[in-house]
Design a protein around this ligand. Structure first.
Ligand SMILES: [Ca+2]
Ligand SMILES: [Ca+2]
Length: 485
């Protein structure tokens, strides 16, 4: 008879529990999924019955944020338990094993492997190419890092963007050709053959709704153009944000809202993003159903997260790479037979918290090199206050601090933004310059990371550079007030 997870955590006898009695972990991740899922209400029409069902049988964190609004730094942070500002990994490269700060880090799956778990990872859990073959051979079996996807003969979207991934539309006809279908298939096959005598840790990382946002017609049919609701967007919303925010986000492959409008692609992109989410959600459902079929769901903790959010027109852009809510807020759900059912927690929490939470829930020893904080107190009682805000970092020196009520952003040049997330959930009015908010800013600035490492070799911003205290953009000195918006 296994001990209930919560009881294990409460009694602090956890590390004496034999490995065979520990709960299993099924960790499911999505790529570039913002808060557009039914239970988070980020988009009023999002149809995600399987993620919603997971939330209904578990705990939904409604104020969860990534540590970096980009795949590699976000995943490296979650998997090593360290902030981007503590590792210097800020961009898509280098991988965690190419950097001194994380070369020897014991990742979350490895912790479980070393504790005697059967440990496997399917699809995109680690950022593609971020780990070395030795990681695969050691405690973790990694499958299908990048399964091939068929490509349409010609790009389906029409516009002046030419990045190969920047595409969306009805494709292919058959969902079984989708990478996410194949990832789910592989995970389902493994679930059927897992050894019964030891607990398992399985990571399943889906690729949608990351671009290209392709899905078959039936998923688009869920979102008819005639009734599609577009995200709330304010004209000239960026007029009151600092120049530095513009420099930080310039020249990314994702189209700007102005280009999407020019080519009549804004609505098709919103539709395709929603369709991709629903397709991915259906694969979450397949995997959870397969777990149930094994009978091991009764002893399995399920955690679901996305690596960061995505803009669909808000603040004039599409894509990630910002310190605003649309880019940092992510779904985070914990479900298990001994966790509360159907409750939500509005405390600010971080993806960094996943690592210590899973260790504690499974009775594994805590790690001193892990910077997050266990969410077990909130999983016991969602009203338990949490003293820490959620912090997101985007390249060295740019941080967002999200508390229950506020979002404070400090850029590397010292410029700031402050939003009242209760009165102004769309972050339309930057309050940072108003003297009456000085105390709020002071309180939030207190949480800015004390360790703020320069970029690791190869992880610098492509275009921004600081020399002798001055900022340069593509080699040109930035002159305040000269930015052409
Ligand atoms: Ca991502
Ligand atoms: Ca504004």
């Amino acid at each position: 008879m296994r001990r209930p997870f919560i009881l294990m955590a409460l009694l602090s006898i956890s590390t004496t529990v034999p490995a065979a009695e520990r709960p299993n972990v099924l960790m499911i991740a999505a790529d570039d999924l913002n808060d557009w899922i039914g239970c988070l209400k980020g988009h009023p029409q999002a149809q995600t019955p399987h993620m919603d069902a997971l939330a209904a049988r578990g705990v939904l964190f409604t104020n969860a944020h990534c540590q970096s609004p980009l795949c590699n730094p976000s995943r490296t942070s979650l998997l090593t338990g360290q902030r981007p500002s503590s590792t210097g990994i800020y961009t898509l490269v280098p991988g965690m094993r190419q950097v001194d700060t994380t070369h020897e880090a014991v990742t979350l799956p490895q912790s479980f492997g070393r504790a005697g778990y059967h440990t496997s990872v399917f699809g995109k859990i680690y950022h593609d190419g971020s780990i070395l073959p030795k990681d695969r051979a050691a405690e973790v079996t990694v499958w299908g890092a990048a399964p091939g996807m068929p490509k349409p003969k010609e790009r389906l979207s029409h516009g002046n963007w030419d990045h190969p991934a920047m595409d969306w539309g009805v494709f292919p006809e058959d969902d079984t050709q989708q990478a996410d279908w194949k990832i789910a298939d592989a995970a389902i096959e493994q679930l059927k053959t897992l050894p019964a005598e030891k607990p398992f840790f399985m990571g399943v990382g889906f690729r949608l709704p990351h671009v290209p946002c392709f899905a078959s017609q039936k998923w688009f049919d869920l979102y008819p153009t005639s009734t599609l609701q577009m995200p709330p967007v304010k004209e000239n919303d960026r007029d009151d944000v600092p120049d530095f925010a513009w420099y930080l986000h310039w020249k990314l492959p994702e189209p700007r809202l102005s280009a999407l409008k020019q080519y009549n692609e804004w609505q098709p992109l919103v539709r395709a993003y929603l369709a991709s989410i629903s397709l991915m959600d259906s694969q979450v459902g397949r995997v959870v159903e397969a777990l149930k079929a094994t009978g091991r769901d009764k002893d399995t903790l399920i955690v679901f997260w996305s690596d960061h959010g995505w803009h669909l027109g808000e603040k004039g852009i599409s894509g990630k790479n910002t310190l605003w809510e649309r880019s940092t807020r992510v779904p985070l759900i914990f479900a298990g037979p001994d966790l509360p059912h159907g409750v939500s927690c509005s405390q600010p929490v971080e993806l960094l918290d996943v690592y210590p939470t899973l260790l504690e829930l499974c009775g594994l020893p805590a790690r001193s090199d892990v910077e997050g904080h266990s969410l077990v107190p909130q999983l016991r009682d969602v009203a338990t206050p949490r003293q820490w805000p959620a912090i997101t970092t985007h390249n060295q020196g740019n941080h967002a601090v999200r508390s229950e009520k506020w979002r404070y952003i400090r850029y590397a040049d010292g410029s700031q933004e402050l939003y009242d997330m209760v009165a102004d959930p769309n972050e339309w009015t930057n309050l940072a310059a108003k003297p009456e908010y000085a105390a709020v800013i002071h309180d939030h600035a207190h949480w800015l990371p004390k360790i703020d490492l320069p970029a690791a070799p190869g992880s610098q911003h492509r275009l921004l550079e600081r020399k002798d205290g001055e900022w340069f953009w593509e080699g040109e000195r930035i002159v305040p007030g000269e930015l052409e918006r």
